[in-house]
Design a binder for this molecule. Structure first.
Ligand code: UD1
Length: 372
């Protein structure tokens, strides 16, 4: 083990921040409590600026107690090629000058892949948190990001055994793979108390298990009128029976406006601006059902055992179906599947192994023990 372990941690988009926060906390605790013998862990945070609106970024830093980034690349939005290239161009000098022992990337967003590519070419070792997930659907930009990142990473830190199997099938040597559990759950466990006060339920005048929590932002659902229009129509119908709480992602809002789509008037579909972390956790915990296309919400609802319908033809998180509360649906089947879910138990499924709030500790010890 080196005397000082130098880490560079990358985050860029909203779903990265709850994966970064537990790692930072764990490093800070390690440094505060370490004896003379244990190595200090030096870390630098890079924010690529892929997400930049306060509601998509800064609120998460504040709420999750993440220190201000050491480097903000401020790349902003763009086509995939433009965004990826801009991140690479701006990250290269940062990585070259700082030469960390490990570049730690999380998840599957463009920032994850772009920084991995840069580090790999500079000879900097890459550790990927949430490695090995596969939807087997290459029309999803995230699937491309996962494949490239995992092909280049030196240490593949996986959330569930299916991820290990995927990597082995792709020829990744077992020695590079560590099953560490789900880092998202570390953040969730730490915020249970704040979420439990149910402030958002009071604010929205909704009651426990008396509403449906909806989030939809995948290009495959929202980017074309052909897919978004029937979703709006179905949600309007559902909203006649149940309060629907729908915080709108900027991509979805833009598309609703572009296509001139609106929810039918008497429906109880409540459109909110993007909400913070604890509020989202509280809604997931207390919803009668979650309807989503987000990877994170599939996992969080699994932890709370809240019935979840995923509006996608596939999921890279099959454990949420095999063990948990999740089920895939289509817009055509949505109302029937929802009725089935609402007739079923309020809580279903099981919490997968190693989704226990201790994943960051396992990651840190893997990083310290595999000397780059
Ligand atoms: C990105 C990730 C996706 C993740 C999602 C969570 C990729 C390929 N996609 O998708 O995996 O599930 O984040 O939010 O990395 N915008 C704003 N303000 C912002 C950020 C974006 O208004 O702070 C708008 C812009 O119009 C932008 C659009 O949202 O063009 C999409 O942003 P982008 O980062 O390209 O992809 P997401 O859909 O957010």
């Amino acid at each position: 083990m080196t005397k000082k372990l130098k880490l560079m941690l990358v985050a860029g988009a909203r779903p990265n921040f709850m994966k970064l926060a537990p790692l930072v906390k764990c490093i800070q605790q390690h440094n505060a409590g370490r004896g003379q013998e244990a190595p200090a862990v030096d870390f630098r945070i890079v924010h690529t600026g892929q997400h930049y609106d306060a509601q998509m970024s800064q609120v998460f830093f504040d709420e999750l107690g993440i220190p201000a980034p050491d480097f903000n690349l401020e790349v902003g939005s763009g086509s995939h090629a433009v965004q990826t290239a801009e991140i690479m161009r701006r990250f290269e000098p940062v990585c070259a000058e700082n030469r960390p022992d490990w570049l730690v990337v999380v998840g599957d967003v463009n920032s994850t892949m772009a920084c991995t590519l840069v580090a790999a070419k500079l000879g900097t070792k890459v550790a990927h948190v949430e490695a090995g997930l596969r939807s087997f659907d290459r029309t999803m930009p995230e699937e491309i990001n996962r494949l490239v990142t995992d092909a280049l990473a030196d240490l593949l830190l996986t959330p569930s055994p299916d991820a290990d199997e995927n990597l082995k099938r792709e020829g990744v040597p077992a020695v590079k793979i560590r099953l560490v559990g789900n880092i998202m759950i570390d953040s969730l466990v730490r915020h249970l108390k704040t979420a439990a006060n149910g402030a958002i339920l009071n604010r929205l005048s909704i009651r426990k298990e008396g509403f449906i929590y909806v989030t939809l932002h995948r290009p495959s659902n929202v980017d074309s009128r052909e897919t978004l229009e029937p979703i709006v129509r179905e949600l309007s119908e559902i909203g006649l029976q149940w309060p629907v709480i729908f915080p709108i992602h900027p991509r979805t809002r833009k598309k609703l406006e572009e296509f001139g789509l609106a929810f039918a008037a008497p429906a109880k579909v409540r459109l909110l601006d993007p909400i913070g972390y604890s509020d989202s956790v509280a809604l997931t915990q207390n919803a009668r059902c979650v309807l989503t296309d987000s990877g994170g919400l599939q996992e969080e609802s699994t932890y709370f055992r809240t019935p979840c319908l995923t509006l996608r033809p596939n999921t890279e998180r099959p454990v949420t179906i095999a063990m948990g509360s999740n089920r895939l649906t289509t817009v055509e089947r949505l109302r029937v599947d929802l009725e089935t879910a609402l007739r079923g138990p309020e809580r279903i499924g099981m919490i997968p192994p190693l989704w226990d709030g201790k994943t960051a500790e396992r990651i840190l010890s893997a990083l310290a023990s595999v000397v780059p």
